[in-house]
Design a protein around this ligand. Structure first.
Ligand code: SAM
Length: 257
């Protein structure tokens, strides 16, 4: 099936070709247009995101939330690792792309941060050691085929310490995805969108030019997400719904008992 093939090579390619654009798809972040101002705005957006995450956790989950050991799963170029490192003793940035991880490391070293570790991802999360009292992931699982992402979601919950807090972002509907709201046959609009996507990658290749790698947008079945959280003993959650036009997603905030 088209959307279940591995995405890892694509992400390595994104890391090599256009790492900042691959995180926030804004043309100003294309590698050949990157400016110090563009980069500064990129990292400011990470700080704002983390302020919002902490405010929600303190308002809805734990008013005294002060994690010590955090994981940012799918850290990209470190946009969210940097603000996490200012808020806890020990942060791990994990990514499937070694080039993305190297870019995070460059950004961490440039700021002389001493409390960040780096881990290469795999489907067993085998480089993670022990438990974390904060596990965070934003705009990552959507780029992984659901069949693999479900396993990763479970493993992330397994790596949470008792009393730890999770903030995990899930895409649950994509109106141009072949499988909106669990419908099995691709709609006409989805078929046209997929065709356009393939032509956009094929034409530059035929002309001998560099094309963007694929960036999949996979929605997840919320029944599975809720059942997994429930099986881990979670009974209450705060949900922040996000609407990016065609893509509807949620960040789930919860505490593991
Ligand atoms: C859109 S970027 C988001 C980066 C970061 N979370 C942020 O918001 O700044 C998605 C990241 O997920 C990473 N990724 C994709 N598949 C992954 C996997 N199986 N395990 C860990 N990271 C993965 C990509 O390499 C990429 O760096």
């Amino acid at each position: 099936m088209l959307l279940s093939r591995s995405t890892d090579a694509d992400w390595e390619q994104w890391g090599q070709q256009d790492p900042y654009f691959a995180v926030i798809t804004d043309d100003a972040l294309r590698q050949d247009r990157l400016t110090p101002e563009g980069l500064s705005q990129f990292f400011t957006s990470g700080e704002h995101h983390m302020q919002d995450v902490f405010a929600r956790i303190r308002r809805h989950i734990d008013s005294e939330f002060m994690p010590k050991r955090g994981l940012d799963f799918g850290c990209g170029t470190g946009r969210l690792v940097l603000p996490m490192s200012a808020r806890m003793d020990d942060v791990t940035g994990m990514d499937i792309s070694s080039t993305m991880l190297a870019e995070t490391q460059r950004n961490v070293e440039a700021r002389r941060l001493r409390n960040v570790r780096f881990a290469r991802s795999d489907d067993n999360l085998s480089q993670l050691e022990g438990k974390y009292d904060f596990i965070h992931s934003y705009i990552v699982l959507q780029h992984i085929p659901e069949i693999r992402g479900r396993v990763l979601f479970k493993r992330l919950i397994d790596h949470m310490a008792s009393g730890g807090v999770g903030a995990l972002h899930i895409l649950f509907n994509n109106t141009i995805h072949p499988d909106p709201f669990g419908q099995t046959s691709p709609s006409l609009i989805a078929r046209i969108w997929m065709l356009k996507r393939h032509i956009r990658r094929l034409v530059p290749r035929l002309l001998g030019r560099k094309a963007d790698p694929e960036m999949q947008m996979n929605s997840y079945n919320l029944n599975f997400i809720f059942a997994t959280l429930q099986a881990a003993g979670i009974r209450e959650m705060h949900t922040s719904l996000q609407d990016h036009g065609n893509a509807h997603s949620a960040v789930f905030y919860f505490r593991k008992p």
